[in-house]
Design a protein around this ligand. Structure first.
Ligand SMILES: Cc1cc2nc3c(=O)[nH]c(=O)nc-3n(C[C@H](O)[C@H](O)[C@H](O)COP(=O)(O)OP(=O)(O)OC[C@H]3O[C@@H](n4cnc5c(N)ncnc54)[C@H](O)[C@@H]3O)c2cc1C
Length: 381
């Protein structure tokens, strides 16, 4: 007797079609290239263009700006399907779920018309640059300066760990336009071609090796005043407003990867012969994987609750922190147990389960470290 397939209550027929299309795209176009993308530390720009052509980028941006005219639920199904087939090379969430929404929510009409169609087509890839060598969790300490000079800002400083750092044609940069503290921070839309902007070599990460994560250096980079996103001094508030969506996106990927890891481990255990049977015939293997499947399903139910809340505009910062904390911690322990089921093969990066484990580690660190999530949750108690 097999368990009935779990179907999230928020997926209707149309979202089901989007999910099927997204799954087919990632399986056909991306998965066969993962090893190559990992070697070159980035996906091909053409793959982003193909994703744009398939209508997968910016599905929740209104059609008048080149997007799909859908809702966050459309983003959610694409994020889920990408991770469910084992791809982590296309930094989809940063580009589509985060950068496009900064422009949509805080941009002027001119800024929206300039950037959103290019983000939706994949001609322009987006990055968000908060973290600096001197500060990550404590965003109030950001030091990259933007000094006003006539109708330009002049940027000086460095950012690090920037996803899409090599490919980005648009960088939403958090910079200091005013005095110390959060009130001195602003968001600037920095053109990837801006003179004085240079990019470091790919950072040699333990996981997510197909994503281009780099340092960015700003050396007297002149950015037109018209590229200010929102008001001067408003960056911190905008970051805090967008972070729940970013954290939810991380959680979607984490739960999908955990589900995949369990599926892979069950298949391996049922095939791998040992002790006159298979690994599955050993009670310990069955117990470990039964435990994993239960934890993944529990996380998925909470995740679906959060997705439904966000679709109604009701996801608060503490609940978003809870699902990010729970999903990424769960992924890490589940992936570790699944690696164990694979034995030595689980340690070899050619095996998707090894890549899931390696990529799981950072998810407890980025998007706000999980200790920061606990601080945010505790503040609401
Ligand atoms: C692969 C990757 C991709 C990334 N992509 C981006 C990106 O696209 N854009 C971007 O701006 N940044 C990005 N980051 C940066 C990421 O968001 C930061 O690494 C993260 O916020 C932590 O900052 P930090 O590394 O400076 O660590 P620190 O701030 O130095 O913190 C180190 C550790 O201290 C602990 N800690 C920190 N604060 C607290 C607290 N309040 N209470 C208790 N413990 C605490 C945590 O355990 C934390 O892991 C990325 C990082 C990686 C590794």
């Amino acid at each position: 007797m097999s368990m009935p397939t779990y179907a999230p209550i928020w997926i209707d027929e149309e979202l089901g079609d989007v999910a099927a299309m997204a799954r087919s795209f990632f399986e056909r176009v991306v998965v066969p290239n993962i090893a190559r993308f990992e070697k070159q530390h980035q996906a091909d720009p053409e793959t982003w263009l193909e994703a744009g052509k398939a209508g997968l980028l910016c599905p929740s941006v209104p059609e008048e700006y080149g997007g799909g005219g859908g809702t966050f639920l459309h983003e959610a199904v694409v994020l889920w399907e990408q991770s469910r087939v084992g791809d982590d090379t296309i930094a989809y969430a940063i580009h589509s779920t985060i950068v496009a929404h900064y422009v949509l929510n805080y941009g002027t009409e001119e800024q929206r018309r300039r950037w959103l169609p290019a983000l939706a087509s994949g001609e322009c890839i987006g990055a968000v640059a908060m973290t600096e060598p001197g500060t990550g969790s404590d965003l109030k300490r950001i030091a990259t300066s933007a000094r006003r000079d006539g109708d330009h800002y002049v940027l000086n400083g460095a950012k690090t760990f920037i996803t899409n750092g090599a490919l980005a044609g648009l960088i939403v940069a958090v910079v200091r336009t005013g005095g110390p503290g959060a009130r001195g921070l602003s968001l600037l839309l920095v053109d990837g071609d801006a003179p004085g902007l240079t990019r470091g070599a790919p950072l040699d990460k333990m996981g997510q090796r197909g994503q281009d994560t780099r340092e960015l250096f700003f050396d007297d980079v002149r950015v037109p005043v018209g590229n200010l996103l929102g008001e001067e001094g408003s960056a911190f508030g905008h970051l805090m407003a967008q972070l729940p969506q970013e954290r939810l996106a991380i959680a979607i990927g984490a739960v999908a990867q955990a589900e995949l890891a369990v599926e892979l481990a069950v298949a391996h255990a049922k095939e791998r012969e040992a002790f006159n049977g298979t690994l599955w015939d050993l009670q310990n293997t069955r117990f470990v994987l039964a435990q994993c499947a239960t934890e993944v399903k529990a996380a998925r139910v909470f995740l679906d609750h959060c997705i439904a809340l966000h679709a109604r505009g009701e996801l608060d910062a503490a609940t978003a922190s809870q699902i990010k904390l729970l999903a990424t911690d769960m992924l890490f322990t589940v992936a570790d147990r699944c690696v164990q089921v694979f034995g030595g093969y689980g340690y070899i990066l050619e095996y998707p389960v090894a890549r899931i484990f390696a990529g799981a580690r950072v998810q407890r660190i980025y998007g706000g470290a999980n200790e920061v999530m606990k601080e945010l949750i505790a503040r609401s108690m």
